[in-house]
Design a protein around this ligand. Structure first.
Ligand code: SAH
Length: 350
C-alpha cells in the first residue's frame, strides 16, 4: 500500500472489483503516507466503505519502531525499525540549520554488500533489499513524529541505494508526490558508492533527484582497497558517468570524501582528482571519519592540520568544499555507523 502511486492504487483496487475515482486514489495515497492524518477524524479522506476495502486489500502492518535514540548533543534521532520478517533497519531524523526543519536519512537495504573498509554497515553484509513500501513507511513514521517540517530525504542510511534501484526510485517518487510525502524532488538525494550502469540509467531517465558519489579517493589502486566495488567500476568509467550526470543536471556534481588520516588527504590525491575530474564543476563534501568498534579498522580520523591543508588546496583550485556534519555519533546514528545496534537510553517520543 505504502508503495503504490495513485494509478497503481486504482488498478489494485479495480482488480478486486472496487472502483475508485482518481481523486479518491490520490487521497488514499495521502492518507496512507501520513498515518497521523488518517487518525485525525476531521481529515477522513474517503468513505468508510472504501476505507474498509483499502484496509482489507492492502498491507496494514507498518514497521514496528523498536527504538528512538536521540543524541542530546545535536538533536539527531535514530530510529530502529523491525520489519515483518524480523529484519532490522534504521533511519535518522536530522535537524537542519533552519529551525524546525528536518531531513530524513533513509536506508535502502538491510545491511550492505559493498564492503567499504571503513564503514560499520559493511560488517553486516547484505540481507536483502528494502521494498518500496518499507522505505516509504520508514519515511512516514519519522516524518509524523517530527516537531516541524520535513523538507528533504537522503538515502544515506544502510545499503547502496543504486543497488536497489527500482524500489528506491519508486519510493523517491512517492516521497516527492504532491499527494504523498510532498518533499521537493530535488530535495531527495541518493548517495552512491559509484555503480556506473545505474548512474547512467539515472541520467537517462531524467529524475529530479540529486546524486552524490562517495568518491573517497581519486587513485584507482587505493580506491579499490577502500571501496572494493571500484574493482568492478574503475575510476575512469565512474568519471565518464559523472560527467554525463554533470551535463544532465546542469549543476555542480557533489562528491563525498571520508577523511582517513594518512590515507587520502595528501597532495597526491588533489593532483589525481584534478586529473580525473578537473573539467567537471565539482563540489566536495568532506566527512570526518566516525570511528566505530563495529568497523574494526585501523583507520583514524584525519587531524585538523590534514583536513585544513586539503581544504586549502581544494579551495585554491576553485572547488567549493563543504564539511558534512555527520551527527548523532553518540547514538551510532552518524555516517558509517548504522549497524542496527540498540542504544541504552531511548529518547522521548517527540
Ligand atoms: N552506499 C552509499 C550510501 C551510504 S551513505 C554510499 O556509499 O554513498 C554513507 C556515507 O557515509 C557515504 O558517503 C560513506 O562513504 C560514508 N561513511 C561510511 N563509513 C563512514 C565512517 N566510518 N565515517 C564517516 N563516514 C562514513
Amino acid at each position: 500500500m505504502f508503495g503504490l502511486l495513485p494509478e497503481a492504487i486504482s488498478a489494485e483496487l479495480a482488480a478486486h472489483g472496487v472502483t475508485v475515482r482518481d481523486d479518491e486514489a490520490r487521497r488514499i495515497l495521502a492518507h496512507s503516507i501520513s498515518p497521523m492524518a488518517r487518525r485525525d477524524a476531521k481529515k477522513r479522506p474517503i468513505s468508510k466503505a472504501l476505507q474498509a476495502n483499502v484496509d482489507k486489500l492492502f498491507r496494514a502492518t507498518p514497521l514496528e519502531v523498536l527504538e528512538r535514540a536521540q543524541d542530546s548533543a545535536d538533536g539527531f534521532v535514530k530510529y530502529l525499525f523491525k520489519h515483518p520478517d524480523g529484519a532490522l533497519s534504521e533511519a535518522v531524523r536530522i535537524p537542519l540549520h533552519k529551525p524546525n526543519h528536518f531531513t530524513i536519512c533513509l536506508s535502502s537495504q538491510v545491511g550492505c554488500a559493498m564492503g567499504c573498509a571503513f564503514c560499520a554497515t559493511a560488517s553486516l553484509g547484505l540481507t536483502r533489499n528494502l521494498e518500496t513500501w518499507e522505505i516509504v513507511s520508514a519515511f512516514s513514521l519519522v516524518r509524523d513524529e517530527a516537531p516541524g517540517r520535513v523538507t528533504g530525504a537522503v538515502f544515506m542510511g544502510q545499503g547502496e541505494p543504486l543497488g536497489n534501484y527500482d524500489n528506491v526510485i519508486a519510493a523517491a517518487k512517492l516521497i516527492s508526490h504532491p499527494c504523498g510525502g510532498r518533499v521537493a524532488g530535488d530535495m531527495i538525494t541518493l548517495s552512491t558508492v559509484g555503480l556506473v550502469p545505474q548512474i547512467r540509467r539515472f541520467v537517462r531517465e531524467g529524475h529530479p533527484h540529486r546524486l552524490i558519489v562517495s568518491l573517497v579517493s581519486a587513485m584507482q589502486e587505493k580506491r579499490q582497497r577502500l571501496l572494493p566495488v571500484a574493482a568492478r567500476y574503475p575510476l575512469s568509467e565512474l568519471a565518464a558517468a559523472l560527467k554525463e550526470y554533470g551535463k544532465a543536471c546542469n549543476n555542480r556534481v557533489t562528491v563525498a570524501w571520508v577523511l582517513l588520516s594518512g590515507v587520502n588527504t595528501g597532495p597526491d590525491e588533489v593532483e589525481a582528482l584534478v586529473a580525473l575530474l578537473g573539467d567537471l564543476r565539482l563540489r566536495i563534501n568532506l566527512i570526518d571519519l566516525n570511528e566505530t568498534e563495529r568497523a574494526q579498522t585501523h583507520f583514524k580520523r584525519a587531524t585538523d592540520a590534514e583536513r585544513q591543508t586539503l581544504m586549502d588546496s581544494l579551495g585554491q583550485l576553485g572547488f567549493p568544499v563543504v564539511r558534512r556534519y555527520s551527527g548523532g555519533a553518540h547514538k551510532h546514528a552518524a555516517c558509517g555507523m548504522l549497524a542496527a545496534t540498540f542504544q541504552e537510553t531511548p529518547a522521548p517520543n517527540s
